[in-house]
Design a protein around this ligand. Structure first.
Ligand code: ASP
Length: 356
C-alpha cells in the first residue's frame, strides 16, 4: 500500500529497430509529443488508461511510426492494424486485429475494453463494433503512404534476391538469423547471449542520439510499433500497444503486439509492459507476461526488462525492445536492436532518446 499518492509516470516507445540517422529527429519529436500529452493527462488527474490511449493516438496519427497511417503494407499492399489496451486495476482489456478501415485502432480497443463483454475482435467484426459506437470507417487508401509502397516493392525485391531481413538486428549488428533462430542453431559465440542495452541505475541521458548506435541508412530497415505504459495518481497501471505489423506480412497475420501477455500486459499486482520487435518469437515466449511475472517475484523492472530481452535472444534469437513499469513507479527499458525510440515522464521530468 502507498502511504501517499503515487507519482504519475508514463513510458512510451516508438519501436525498436535499426533507426537510420536521417529519421532520428522525427522519432524523438514523435515520442516527445506523445509523452507530453499523456503525462499532462496524468497530472490533471486522468487515469492511466486515458493517458495510454491518448499517447498512442498521437503516435498512430504520426506517419513516422508503424501504427495507424503510414504503417507497413501487407504483401497485398494494404494496411492492416492491430492494437491492445489493458487496465491493470480491473484486468479489463480490449483488442482489435486485422482492421483496415479505422484511423485509430487504439480507440477501438478502448471501446472494446469499456463497452463489450468480449475482449478481442478481428477484421470486419471489429470494424462493425467500432462503427456501432461512433467510430468513422475510412478507406484503407487513407492509411497508405507512397513511402510504404516503395518500401514494400524494395522488400519484395530483397526477398526474391534471397537477402536476409535486417529489420531488427540492423546492418551493424547483423547476425544472419533473420527474425528468429531456433536455439540449437545459434552459434556458440551467440549462446551466451547478445548485448542488451538496458536502463542503468543512473537512467539514460536525455535525447541521446549517438550516431554509432544508429543504423547504416537503408530503405529496408524499419520497425516502429508504438506502445505506452502508465501509472496514475490512484495507483493504477495501464498498458497499450499498436502496430501495422511487419513489412510484407501475409494478410490476416497477427503479431505479438495486440495479444494479451505477449506484446502488452497490465496488472496492478505485477507491472505494465509493452514490447516491440519481430512478433513471432515474442508470442512464443509470452514475453510480456514473463517480464511482469518477474517483477511480481521481486525483480526490479530495470533488471527484469534486460532479462526479458536476453531471454528472447537466447531462446529464439529474437530482437526487440521492452518498456516495463511497476506499481511503485520503477521503470525498466531494454532492447537488443541498435536503437529504440523511447520517452519517460515522471517526477524527475521528461526524457526521450533513441537508444538506452
Ligand atoms: N511486434 C510487431 C509485430 O510483429 C512489430 C514491431 O514491433 O515492430 O507485428
Amino acid at each position: 500500500m502507498f502511504t501517499h499518492a503515487p507519482k504519475p509516470t508514463l513510458i512510451v516507445h516508438g519501436g525498436a529497430w535499426a533507426i537510420p540517422p536521417e529519421m532520428a529527429a522525427d522519432h524523438l519529436a514523435g515520442v516527445g509529443q506523445a509523452l507530453k500529452t499523456g503525462h499532462a493527462i496524468l497530472n490533471w488527474g486522468g487515469t492511466a488508461t486515458d493517458a495510454v490511449e491518448a499517447a498512442i493516438t498521437i503516435l498512430e496519427d504520426d506517419p513516422t511510426f508503424d501504427a495507424g497511417r503510414g504503417s507497413f503494407l501487407t504483401s497485398k499492399g494494404t494496411v492492416q492494424l492491430d492494437a491492445l489496451l489493458m487496465d491493470g486495476a480491473t484486468l479489463r482489456a480490449g483488442g482489435v486485429a486485422c482492421v483496415e478501415h479505422l484511423r485509430n485502432p487504439i480507440q477501438a480497443a478502448r471501446l472494446v475494453l469499456d463497452k463489450s463483454a468480449h475482449v478481442y475482435f478481428v477484421g470486419p467484426g471489429a470494424e462493425a463494433f467500432a462503427a456501432s459506437h461512433g467510430m468513422p470507417l475510412i478507406s484503407n487508401s487513407e492509411l497508405v503512404l507512397n513511402r510504404e509502397r516503395i518500401r514494400l516493392k524494395d522488400a519484395k525485391s530483397r526477398l526474391s534476391a534471397g537477402l536476409a531481413d535486417i529489420t531488427f538486428s540492423g546492418a551493424l549488428a547483423h547476425d544472419d538469423k533473420g527474425p528468429e533462430t531456433p536455439a540449437e542453431q545459434l552459434q556458440d559465440h551467440h549462446k551466451s547471449g547478445y548485448p542488451v542495452s538496458g536502463l542503468s541505475p543512473q537512467g539514460p541521458d536525455a535525447g541521446e542520439t549517438n550516431p554509432s548506435k544508429l543504423a547504416t541508412p537503408s530503405q529496408f530497415d524499419s520497425h516502429d510499433t508504438v506502445g505506452a505504459v502508465a501509472l496514475d495518481q490512484y495507483g493504477n497501471l495501464a498498458a497499450g500497444t499498436s502496430t501495422g505489423g511487419t513489412l510484407n506480412k501475409a494478410p490476416g497475420r497477427v503479431g505479438d503486439s495486440s495479444l494479451i501477455g505477449c506484446g502488452c500486459y497490465a496488472d496492478n499486482q505485477s507491472a505494465a509492459v509493452s514490447l516491440t520487435g519481430w512478433g513471432e518469437p515474442i508470442m512464443k515466449l509470452v514475453l510480456g507476461k514473463w517480464a511482469t511475472d518477474r517483477v511480481a517475484q521481486g525483480v526490479a523492472p530495470e533488471l527484469a526488462a534486460q532479462q526479458a530481452i536476453a531471454y528472447l535472444y537466447q531462446r529464439l534469437g529474437g530482437h526487440g525492445g521492452i518498456i516495463l513499469l511497476s506499481p511503485d513507479g520503477q521503470c525498466g527499458l531494454a532492447h537488443n536492436t541498435p536503437g529504440m525510440a523511447w520517452g519517460i515522464a515522471n517526477a524527475q521530468g521528461l526524457r526521450t532518446g533513441l537508444y538506452i
